[in-house]
Design a binder for this molecule. Structure first.
Ligand code: C5P
Length: 235
């Protein structure tokens, strides 16, 4: 079986503060996207990486990939993305050649995921799971709230799900290709991850262990943490 990875990297990353699109922000001098691409290509099972660039940014991202050393045994493609993460993933799926039967979807915003996590996801799909998510237990207790009655009012808490049964889900998420394509064709609600679209088809989603270093770089503090992890790896 052949495996491809789609990396949606078309987000603006407004929560990170002003500046370049998130995927192009540097971590220890190298753009976050290049770290993410290398993390995927580090798996010997991955034969193709499709990067989904901002709608008007595909030439720039292509140049960026050309300017950085990447493994020879992996093919790289750049396609323009869309307004939402979902549309961007779909653009990546549309670009996949025949012969690929396993697809991973990986956020550019998770640049430091270890190769063992990538291989674990691929192994579970090869083992027959239609959809696989790497996940970790939560440190924080989570509350469900209602929207505030009026702007400025407090949000009332309506429920506290049992923390031991909650998982924080990461990427890469792995899929049987046909299943993921069908999910993207039939689910029109907006979602925050790809596996939830497969859940909506009524198919099982399997959880494998995630990794602390697969965290999503979202807020300014995450940039500091990511650079500290890189510095520790080099030490
Ligand atoms: O915004 P969030 O952190 O959930 O974004 C997750 C990933 O989806 C990021 O890698 C981001 O670049 C990507 N994305 C995209 N197209 C969009 C919005 C987000 O490829 N329109």
């Amino acid at each position: 079986s052949r495996t491809a990875v789609v990396i949606p990297a078309a987000g603006r990353g407004v929560r990170l503060g002003p500046g370049a699109p998130k995927a192009l922000r540097a971590l220890n001098g190298t753009p976050m996207l290049i770290h993410a691409v290398r993390a995927m290509a580090a798996s010997r099972a991955v034969s193709l990486v499709v990067v989904v660039a901002p709608p008007d940014g595909a030439p720039e991202v292509k140049t960026l990939l050309d300017d950085h050393a990447l493994p020879e045994r992996t093919d790289f493609l750049v396609v323009p993305g869309g307004e939402s993460r979902q549309e961007s993933v779909r653009a990546g799926l549309d670009a996949l050649p025949p012969g690929i039967d396993i697809v991973l979807v990986h956020d550019a915003a998770r640049p430091l995921v270890p190769v063992d996590t990538v291989d674990g996801v691929i192994a579970a799909v090869r083992g027959g799971a239609p959809a696989v998510v790497p996940a970790l237990p939560l440190a924080d207790t989570v509350k469900q709230v209602e929207p505030a009655a009026a702007p400025g009012d407090a949000e009332p808490v309506v429920a506290t799900p049992e923390r031991a049964r909650l998982r924080a889900v990461q990427t890469p998420q792995g899929f049987d290709r046909a299943t993921l394509v069908r999910a993207h064709e039939s689910v029109t609600d907006s979602v925050t991850d790809d596996a939830s679209m497969v859940e909506q088809l009524g198919l099982p989603v399997v959880v494998v262990p995630g990794h602390e270093e697969a965290f999503k770089v979202t807020r300014p503090l995450d940039l500091l943490l990511a650079e500290a992890v890189l510095a520790r790896r080099r030490a």
